[in-house]
Design a protein around this ligand. Sequence first.
Ligand code: LER
Ligand code: MN
Length: 270
Amino acid sequence: MQSCVTVSLVEEARGGPFIFWDDLPAACRKAQGLGYDAIEIFAPAADTVDPQLLTNLLADHELKLAAVGTGAGWVKHRLQLAASDASDRAKAQDFIKTIIDFGGGHGAAAIIGSMQGSSGPEVDSATARGYLSDALEKLGEYASQYNVPLIYEPLNRYETNQVNTVADGVKLLNSLSTDNVKLLADLFHMNIEEQGIAAALCVGGSHIGHVHFVDSNRRPVGCGHLDIGPIIAALREIKYEGYLSAEALPYPDSDAAAEQTIKAYRAAIA
Ligand code: LER
Ligand code: MN
């Protein structure tokens, strides 16, 4: 399991659970300084970061790009995959494709979190689930051209009513014909929704493709009440070899949060 730290470049996400903000070169310097293996980028659009500049930054700082978020489609443009209007759903898929292209060029998978949307007065739950499945089929296949999966993230009940648990995520993935969609296990969402986090990770098994490494209160691991030992044991049991990516609030500030997370990662992995 490798370490990763998040960098947000999205102004509208201010206050959200990202460790570093605004300055990608500075974030890369700090990530390298602390010994992180990779970064995860949350960008406003696919063309925000020049691909050659990113290639150079990653190479110069001996970092990999672990994943890229698609949530700017929601927080900036109010696009979502379960929208009632067909052209809005198409716009949401098109936005995600551009982010898949951006990440894919650097060997990184795109994450569908808030873009999954929710059912509501205009779209009943079965229909919303259908729209989501249809999008995951298409976008999962689209991502395969880059030899990366599409990462789908169950969220807690206050952020979506589509899929809240790993077990439901597994059911959704098993209902698809593509096998190129993996689950993101975000320990913050799981702390709210799962009966037991370690047991849920075992249910996820080989479907788990990415982990958001964060404590119960969304602060860096070690600042809340998660018992991280059994969680790491479960990830070892399912032979998870991906990233533990710090998607946490910059508490008490970005530098201290990055430092706390890498310490917690090293203690957990040791
Ligand atoms: C949102 O709560 C989250 O966890 C992100 O990773 C997805 O947009
Ligand atoms: Mn997350």
